[in-house]
Write a protein that binds this ligand. Structure first.
Ligand SMILES: [Zn+2]
Length: 484
């Protein structure tokens, strides 16, 4: 009780001390207040201090076999470092446990047989999806939004939407067609609909008929799941109401890791601004650009704004297991109640912000590039504009980068939370146009050490790190006082 009381007073005093000399506390002045704090934070966040966090992460990797991958002592030490610094600065810090696949093996071949009909050949007509849980079920098969015959090019959205399962009877085996969305999405939706087993069959175009081995990184439906060839799918679809025996004999072992979540004590609880970066590396290396860079910058921004009298709650997230399927952010978003989800007004993601052959790429919130995935949820366009204005104020060019779901914003945009962020490039090749805009070498990868042992402290462009840390400071401080 006593500690808490003291803390409240101290925070109140700090808020007054920061606000009063500026004299801009009236709500009518939200714009100027946001400007003032954005400028202040940009000044306080220094590249040299961000680099100190990178040095610490490199030291952690060096002491732990050269990696900070999830499930290793290097990741655990990274969590301790970040959580420790945030706690000391006054944040409310939580470690949120998340699951990942530690080990999976198949003990005997799977079984797929129609009651009173065909028994299909395992590891030829169909394969167990890795990492399918074990299970042995006999139940009626129910087709889910199939496109038969298949269209000339892939179009099937079978199982991609939860609505595809309206009318699905829980306890039945879901029959799903490969198509335009991720296997994991279909599997998750089938699991939510109460399927007792899942059969996904190849879509049916030339080159898309066979079954094969596939690791989809998804197990949470909790039921046996297999990938079958198109002929199996056709046969089952032609026999509605038939029962099938489906068995997977596997050993799935899950590990536990932690997301680090730190939230300001001040700010309206109903208006939360989230800033995230993944903290894990790949097993091959220390992950200093990917993604020590984003995490170090977010950490320094958090530390420097710890005493800001924020209007909205600012919640910093350091995600576990991004490199093995966005598991930390995905499980975080999945566990939010609808009410908690509605409080998150926007999400900023920073993954690889100091690539040695960098370009300043902004997530294409408005789809102005017209490339790849569509625009982000409404509001993402305005987030992109905020970043653009910052870079313009420094006379720096930017280009767009598609919202392709390759980082932790994916689960946020999937549930309609406006998102944005900066990316300086991974294994992609810098174009001559980009070399003209940003310097560096055309025809060479943005980060030639992407996902390799050489992603060390020397794999960092100091200028990009400094500029982007300022851009993060600018947007985070701005949104802490005024939503876009
Ligand atoms: Zn990354």
């Amino acid at each position: 009780m006593r500690a808490q009381g003291r803390r409240t007073m101290r925070w109140g005093a700090v808020a007054a001390a920061v606000l009063l000399p500026l004299g801009l506390a009236s709500p009518a002045n939200a714009g100027p207040v946001a400007d003032v704090f954005a400028k202040l934070l940009v000044k306080q966040v220094k590249g040299a201090n961000v680099t100190k966090h990178l040095d610490a992460l490199q030291g952690i990797a060096d002491a732990n076999g050269g990696t900070r991958a999830v499930g290793t002592p290097g990741y655990a030490a990274s969590v301790d470092y970040v959580a420790g610094r945030l706690k000391k600065a006054g944040y409310k810090v939580t470690r949120q446990p998340i699951n990942y696949v530690q080990d999976w093996s198949e003990t005997s071949p799977p079984v797929l047989a129609q009651t009173g009909g065909t028994t299909w050949v395992p590891n030829e007509d169909f394969f167990t999806f890795e990492p399918s849980p074990a299970g042995d079920v006999t139940a009626q098969v129910q087709a889910v939004d199939l496109t038969l015959p298949p269209t000339p090019t892939p179009t099937s959205t079978s199982g991609c939407e939860e609505a595809d399962f309206t009318g699905f009877v829980a306890g039945r085996i879901a029959l799903i067609q490969r198509g335009t969305c991720a296997f994991a999405t279909k599997i998750r939706n089938a699991g939510k609909a109460g399927a007792s087993g899942i059969i996904v069959f190849n879509e049916g175009q030339p080159g898309r008929t066979d079954a094969f081995v596939l690791d989809i990184g998804e197990w949470r439906a909790g039921v046996p799941m297999v990938f079958a060839d198109f002929a199996v799918g056709q046969a089952l679809a032609a026999n509605p109401g038939a029962s099938v025996h489906l068995k997977v004999d596997s050993d799935l072992r899950l590990g536990t890791s932690d997301n680090v979540i730190a939230e300001t004590r001040l700010g309206l609880p109903g208006k939360v601004v989230m800033v995230g970066s993944h903290l894990d590396s790949v097993p091959a290396g220390p992950g200093i650009n990917d993604n020590g860079s984003g995490s170090a910058a977010n950490l320094e921004v958090a530390l420097q704004m710890a005493h800001f009298p924020v209007k909205h709650k600012v919640r910093f997230a350091f995600w576990a297991a991004e490199e093995i399927g966005l598991l930390g952010s995905d499980q975080y978003v999945e566990k939010l109640s609808p009410a908690e989800r509605a409080k998150i007004k926007l999400y900023l993601n920073f993954d690889m912000i100091a690539s040695p052959n960098h370009a300043y790429k902004l997530y294409d919130g408005d789809d102005s590039d017209g490339a790849g995935s569509p625009a982000g949820p409404p509001g993402s366009d305005r987030i992109e504009k905020t970043f653009e204005r910052f870079f313009t104020s420094r006379n720096l060019a930017t280009v767009g980068t598609d919202f392709d779901g390759r980082s932790d914003y994916g689960p946020f945009i999937a549930v309609g939370i406006p998102s944005g962020g900066i990316f300086t490039g991974a294994e992609g090749i810098k174009t001559p146009e980009e070399a003209a805009l940003f310097g560096g070498q055309a025809g060479v990868a943005y980060d030639a050490c992407y996902h390799q042992a050489c992603d060390t402290i020397t794999n960092i462009n100091a200028t990009a790190l400094d500029v982007n840390a300022d851009a993060i400071a600018d947007s985070t401080a701005r949104y802490a006082f005024e939503l876009p």
